[in-house]
Design a protein around this ligand. Sequence first.
Ligand SMILES: Nc1ncnc2c1ncn2[C@@H]1O[C@H](COP(=O)(O)OP(=O)(O)OP(=O)(O)O)[C@@H](O)[C@H]1O
Ligand SMILES: [Mg+2]
Length: 247
Amino acid sequence: MTPLLSAIGIKKTFGHVTALKGVDFAISPGETVALVGDNGAGKSTLMKVLCGVYQPDEGELRINDRLVVFKTPREAITAGISVVHQNLALVDVRDVTHNVFLGAEPTKGLFVDRYAMEQETYRLLQRLKLNIPPDIKVGELSGGQRQSVAIARAIHQGGQLVIMDEPTAALGVQEQAKVLKLIGDLREHGTAVCVVSHNLEHVFHLADRIVVLRGGAIAGERKRSETNPQEIVHLITGANVVVGGVG
Ligand SMILES: Nc1ncnc2c1ncn2[C@@H]1O[C@H](COP(=O)(O)OP(=O)(O)OP(=O)(O)O)[C@@H](O)[C@H]1O
Ligand SMILES: [Mg+2]
C-alpha cells in the first residue's frame, strides 16, 4: 500500500544539536503508529516536521507518494495532517466552539457565522460521543476534556492523519481511558494516527506498529503483534533492561 505520509532522510539541527540525523518514517491510511523514545530522542521534532511547524534541513515529505513542502502548519492542515501538541494550544478564556474553529472561523458576509460554528461543534461532539457543552469556557474543563477538545479540533480540521504528542500524559486514570477510547474511535473511522507516548501500556493498547527513536535516529520498528514491552525498552535504551524487576 502507498503510505499516506512518508518522510525520507529527515535531518534537523538546532545550532550544535542534531535533533534528527536522517530519519525515515511512514504511515499508511487507517494505521495507528506509536512513536517512542527517551527524553530528547527527537520525537517532538519529528512530529513538528511532519505537521509543518519546522522545515527539515534535509530530506523530504511525501503524501500519497507526491512531494510536499509545508511552510506553515496551515499548509499541512490543508493537506490533511493535523496535530495535537503536548501543550494543546487551547484558548482557556474562549468556549469549546471557539477553540474547535480557532483560526478557521466560517464567515457570513463580513461576520463570523457563530450559528454555523455552534451547529457544527455540536455535531462533532455528538459524533465523538463527548459530553461537553459547546458553550463552556475551555478553562473550566478537566484535563481529559481539554485533551478531547484538542483532538476534536484536529478531527474538525479534516485530517486524514492526526498526530498527537503525549495525549494521555498529565491525565487521571479515568480520563486516560476516555482519551484512549477516542483515539481508538478515530482508527475505527479510518483516520491514521501517530501518537508520541512514554506510556508503554498505552502504546501496546493502541498501536498497530511501534517506531523507536534513539539519539535522533530510528533504533527500530516493530509490529505490535510481533514484539513485547521488554524488547521496546531495549530499543529505547540500547541496553538490556528487565521490565517489572526480577522474579
Ligand atoms: N527549539 C529547539 N532549540 C534547540 N534545541 C532543541 C529544540 N527543540 C529540540 N531541541 C533539542 O533537540 C533534541 C530532540 O528534542 P525533542 O524535543 O524532539 O525530543 P523528544 O523526543 O520530544 O523528548 P521528550 O520526550 O523530552 O519530549 C534535544 O536534544 C532537544 O534539546
Ligand atoms: Mg517531546
